[in-house]
Ligand binder design. Structure first.
Ligand SMILES: C[S@@+](CC[C@H](N)C(=O)[O-])C[C@H]1O[C@@H](n2cnc3c(N)ncnc32)[C@H](O)[C@@H]1O
Length: 324
């Protein structure tokens, strides 16, 4: 449908800046300053709003440009000119060209073009960079500021004994372990779980001696003896947020900190969204009603809510029995 509604053009350009035409989707030239940069533009009268462009079309064009580049490398002439706008012709061109690519090379290309996921070492490296930058800022970013405030609140709760044992599920490269040690030295005993081996490897390299394990919220059971389960920007990136929340709130821990979760006033929904560079992930928007209902199923209630930024919030969800 997309191809039949519009027209893709490949234009040569010498500048390193990205180009915007049509309704404005654009991709950066393939290599700044190499004289062969190009930009792929979507020209169409197809109605597109800003959000849809950001969430759907821009990532789509970036992926498409990657495919285009791969073909252009194999067959330089392909980059000059137009892709026919009739989808049947496009299918025919793709099939004919694909048949000319030796099977071994085709397999390599399929591997190369797959979209990065959380298991990708390059994504883990980007996470390390981001965490290093954010932890180095004098003014902490909103998620860190809110986290520190929520955790300080936990330490003031009656019946708390130190060290508070924390399990950070979907821990990433362990930025929250660093924050706990920085703001509350000795008060927390931290362990991190992440489903991605590459991410856990990066976390261990960043904080040698840290307790980081490859484990999944969806497959592994949270052990007894944990006081606080932290899930920061985890449910937010999962394709099925409600079953994941059910597992999270079912953990045998007094506190669950559902941190950095997008909230909606409409129905709970999930969108595909760009993540780190080259990565496509999910963005889940959940209603407070769903959070409360799932919490209640596990005899929990929301004890504290903090606003992080925009539609992103942090919820401290407590076991009802432990409230005094
Ligand atoms: C957006 S990052 C958040 C990282 C960190 N919690 C933070 O707030 O900076 C999401 C992390 O969840 C991990 N992840 C994805 N699915 C998971 C699952 N089912 N169980 C545990 N971790 C998961 C990913 O590998 C990634 O490191």
């Amino acid at each position: 449908m997309i191809l039949s509604r519009g027209r893709y053009t490949w234009t040569r350009c010498r500048s390193s800046s990205s180009t915007t035409t049509g309704f404005g989707c654009s991709v950066a030239p393939r290599a700044a300053g190499d004289g062969h940069g190009g930009s792929l533009s979507w020209a169409s009268d197809y109605p597109v709003e800003g959000r849809a462009q950001e969430l759907v079309w821009d990532p789509y064009l970036v992926a498409l440009a990657g495919e285009y580049r791969t073909l252009a490398e194999l067959e330089p002439g392909f980059a000059h000119g137009f892709v026919p706008s009739d989808p049947r012709e496009v299918g025919w061109v793709a099939r004919t060209r694909a048949r000319r690519i030796p099977a071994s090379l085709r397999r390599r290309l399929v591997r190369r073009r797959s979209v990065r996921d959380w298991g990708d070492a390059e994504v883990a490296a980007q996470m390390v960079d981001l965490a290093r930058r954010e932890l180095g800022q004098t003014e902490p970013p909103p998620p860190f500021r809110v986290f520190v405030a929520a955790v300080a609140g936990i330490l003031e709760q009656p019946g708390i004994t130190l060290p508070v044992r924390v399990l950070d599920v979907g821990c990433g490269v362990g930025a929250y372990a660093t924050l706990l040690e920085r703001h509350f030295p000795g008060s927390f005993e931290y362990a991190g779980w992440d489903a991605s081996t590459a991410v856990v490897r990066a976390a261990r390299a960043t904080s040698p001696g840290g307790d980081f394990v490859v484990a999944s919220l969806l497959e592994d059971a949270v052990p007894a003896g944990v006081d606080l389960v932290l899930a920061s920007a985890l449910i937010d990136v999962l394709p099925e947020p409600l079953p994941a929340l059910d597992r999270l709130f079912g953990a045998p821990a007094r506190f669950v900190l559902l941190h950095r979760q997008r909230i909606t006033e409409g129905a709970t929904r999930v969108e595909r969204a760009p993540g780190y560079e080259g990565q496509t992930t999910y963005r889940s928007l959940v209603t407070i009603g769903d959070i409360e209902a799932i919490a209640a199923r596990h005899d929990r209630r929301i004890g504290r809510v903090d606003h992080v930024l925009e539609d992103i919030f942090s919820f401290l969800v407590e076991r009802v029995d432990d409230r005094r």
